[in-house]
Design a protein around this ligand. Structure first.
Ligand code: GDP
Length: 477
């Protein structure tokens, strides 16, 4: 149910004109039937001396979360995503790791693509890999609120350079606060020059350990396997620092990695158990779907009865296909699972009519006024490096004690889908200087309601952001 200016006026027993006038005074232009968001309702009601209490649908939906006691927690395997520029060897690296981990006797089991794999290192430790194609999937999941990855391996081909997608991958990992291990791949190639890559990395503030920086790196060959054991040890070292733990002795909670409909088997969902242990027979709620776990298999097609923390597993028995990044959790009763699933489906239908609201330049003034605005995240794209740097620098300097400007990503080139995804996940605005969004980026931005601002004069870009941050920007309606 949404509340319009008109509804709010009648709740407060004042005329809608008074409401609109009050809004105008605060720099908000609203029309009679305009839907108001929670912030706006609070501020307006406050002006009329009312306190607002929200009973949101999301709140009613909350499934009771079990708090774990510290003593029940046990170490768990790290969950790793491999990212990097196309053709730098992501697939080859993962394939090598997967094949090398096949224990004798287990060989012959045909590996199936299920979107996630766990492997055993030579040192006897388990590592779980998410096989998400590129950082788009990574960020799309994050935009849906799923924090799945513990560590990112960024692959750079040593016979090539730090490429735009390398930078993007690094930005995405950093924006998510995920530690990075660098794999300098294709070291077997005659043209490999890892020092050149290390230097290029240092130029984007990713200084490797050998050079006194904080980023672990490892020369590897996904072809010969050279260095891969060492790479995994470095990942494990990073994992140790993170002190990853979960409680295996509770009902399972996990994340959906991918889902599909199989003609013979029905809905097939790959999930990653994050805490607890999933068992065959469990009743689960996954996003807007539910079901009873009929069977579970690992990525070699082997049947499993139980799956503990950080275990990827394919589940049969859901009544629909949830989206990657949806939460899956075990419920007490089927009735409860069904009710919540139905409720979420309804909510999703309603929400598809009104998309999530992201920050826009116009909105900054209003958020400033109600004191909910602390940082402005910006992505800068431009036609040449010089202007990108100049623009980013000037924007950074606009930071005030109240509002910090963060440049999440800057680069040369058109505004891409990946930029929009990052903006959506991080609630950022995108500033383009002498560049435009690609067709697909524009579509996605519309759908996600991301503010893309295009300029051809640097001075104008800086001034508009400055005005917005001072709450001076005249709202466009
Ligand atoms: P992705 O696009 O990042 O997944 O890259 P791929 O794994 O598909 O690798 C791209 C190409 O590089 C393929 O032809 C691989 O065989 C080759 N390649 C990947 N890693 C290595 C390596 O370590 N050494 C050599 N010589 N070739 C490699």
């Amino acid at each position: 149910e949404f509340i319009s200016a008109n509804d709010l006026a009648s709740f407060m027993d004042v005329s809608v004109n008074e409401v609109i006038k009050v809004c105008l005074n605060m720099g908000m232009f609203v029309s009679i039937n305009q839907r108001l968001d929670a912030e706006a309702i609070t501020v307006i009601a406050d002006e009329f001396g009312y306190d607002v209490e929200f009973l949101s649908a999301e709140e009613e939906d909350t499934v009771i979360e079990i708090e774990d006691n510290e003593e029940d927690l046990q170490p768990r395997a790290p969950i790793v995503t491999i990212m990097g520029h196309v053709d730098h060897g992501k697939t080859s690296l993962l394939d090598y790791i997967r094949n090398a981990s096949v224990a004798k006797g287990e060989a012959g089991g045909i590996t199936q693509h299920i979107g996630a794999y766990d492997v055993m290192t030579k040192s006897g430790k388990r590592v779980t890999f998410l096989d998400t194609p590129g950082h788009e999937a990574f960020t799309a999941m994050r935009a849906r609120g799923a924090k799945i990855t513990d560590i990112a391996i960024i692959v750079v081909a040593a016979d090539d350079s730090v490429m735009p997608q390398t930078k993007e991958a690094i930005n995405h990992a950093q924006a998510a606060g995920v530690p990075i291990v660098i794999a300098l791949n294709k070291i077997d190639k005659p043209g490999a020059n890892p020092d050149k890559v290390r230097e290029e990395l240092s130029a984007i503030n990713v200084l490797v350990e050998e050079w006194g920086g904080k980023y672990q790196s490892q020369e590897v060959s996904a072809k010969t396997g050279l260095g891969i054991e060492d790479l995994l040890e470095k990942v494990l070292l990073e994992a140790e620092l993170l002190d990853l733990k979960a409680n295996p002795d509770r009902s399972a909670v996990g994340a959906v990695i991918e889902a599909s409909l199989d003609k013979g088997r029905g809905y097939v969902t790959t999930i990653l158990v994050q805490t607890g242990t999933m068992q065959v027979g469990d009743i689960v709620l996954a996003g807007p779907h539910f079901g009873r776990v009929k069977a579970m298999t690992d990525h070699r097609g082997k049947k499993m009865k139980k799956a503990g923390p950080a275990t990827p597993v394919q589940v049969l028995g859901l009544t629909g296909a949830p989206q990657a990044g949806d939460k899956i959790q075990v419920m007490e009763t089927e009735r409860e699972a069904r009710e919540l699933a139905t409720q979420r489906q309804q909510l999703a239908r309603e929400q598809s009519l009104r998309t999530k609201k992201h920050i826009t330049l116009d909105e900054i003034g209003r958020r400033l006024a109600i004191g909910s605005f602390k940082e402005l995240n910006v992505i800068v794209k431009g036609d040449v490096d010089g202007s990108v740097e100049a623009l980013a620098d000037s924007l950074l300097k606009l930071s005030t004690p109240e509002v910090a400007v963060n440049i999440l990503n800057k680069g040369v080139g058109a505004i891409s889908e990946s930029d929009v995804l990052l903006a959506s996940a991080s609630d950022a605005i995108i500033i383009g200087f002498q560049v435009r969004p690609s067709q697909s980026a524009r579509k996605l931005a519309e759908q996600e309601q991301i503010d893309i601002r295009l300029y051809s004069i640097i001075y104008n870009a800086i001034n508009e952001v400055k005005d917005a941050m001072e709450g001076m920007l005249a709202p466009t309606v």
